[in-house]
Design a binder for this molecule. Structure first.
Ligand code: GTP
Length: 255
């Protein structure tokens, strides 16, 4: 059986860097791993994907052919990728059993909120495969409590949308000081402290709403693991592997 891991996150959160470095880490631990690029707009990647949507659809060609602007072309290219899903699915099937890391389009809304992303996930996640989402956020933006909360809500919306097991990866931890890391981890472990932080900044809307937001966040964090990582420095990948193995084979190791 294969585990398909969809790597989703806002633009610049580090999806491609993580795909490359986690692939290297898994392979160095003897875990068979393939990579798939589903981003028809990416120009340069840090890795050579085993399966690449750009073999079929490339955004620059779509831009020229349809005379669209950059955002319209990305949406059109992602929609056009659907035609080629059977070939992409077949190529994934031909890869060895193990992990399949799927790098998704740069702008997460194209994949997460439009119909095409749902169709891709449902088509590729057939019965003989396990599927999960690794949702990347930029930890360097999370030192602001408002940003942290709104970023976690983005992850929650992907969880709600795809209905797949999900882990949140707070990437770029190498950019944080030890005290910043500790602060963020403490907020995540005790979301009520976030409510306190948020209510320190007076805003027009009422405290009741903030309380509700924190309650939803608390529930989400009680079921979803959050791991701080550095895709650049391959930090904390053991923990990512631990949670993915729980999803894949109930925690058993490959050896
Ligand atoms: P798009 O698909 O273009 O939206 O980007 P992405 O989410 O694939 O991010 P990408 O991997 O291209 O990384 C964006 C930038 O963040 C690059 O400059 C990376 O070098 C940098 N980056 C990614 N991961 C890390 C990390 O762990 N630490 C640091 N310091 N920088 C990182």
């Amino acid at each position: 059986m294969k585990l398909l891991v969809y790597i989703i996150g806002p633009a610049g959160s580090g999806k491609s860097t993580f795909t490359a470095s986690f692939r290297d880490w898994l392979q160095s631990h003897n875990v068979p791993t393939a990579t798939v690029n589903l981003d028809p707009a990416v120009e340069n990647l840090d890795y050579v994907p085993d399966v690449d949507v750009r073999e079929y659809v490339f955004v620059r060609d779509v831009l020229e052919e349809y005379g669209l602007g950059p955002n319209g072309a990305i949406i059109a290219a992602t929609d056009l990728s659907l035609e080629h899903l059977p070939k992409i699915s077949k190529s994934i099937d031909e890869e060895a059993e193990g992990y399949v890391l799927i790098d998704t389009p740069g702008q997460m809304e194209v994949f997460t909120f439009r119909q095409s992303g749902g169709i891709m996930v449902n088509t590729l996640c057939s019965k003989d495969k396990a599927c999960a989402v690794a949702f990347l956020l930029d930890a360097s933006l999370s030192i602001d409590p408002y940003n942290l909360v709104s970023q976690i809500f983005l992850a929650a919306s992907a969880f709600y949308r795809f209905k797949l097991p999900l882990i949140v990866l707070l990437n770029k931890m190498d950019l944080l000081s030890d005290s910043e890391k500790e602060k963020i981890l403490n907020w995540l472990a005790h979301p009520e402290t976030l409510e306190f932080e948020i209510s320190k900044v007076p805003r027009d809307y009422d405290a009741h709403f903030t309380g509700s937001v924190v309650r939803v966040l608390t529930e989400f964090l009680s079921i979803i693991p959050v791991v701080m990582v550095s895709a650049k420095k391959s930090e904390n990948f053991e923990e990512v592997y631990f949670y993915l193995q729980q999803i894949y084979m109930g925690g058993e190791d490959f050896e």
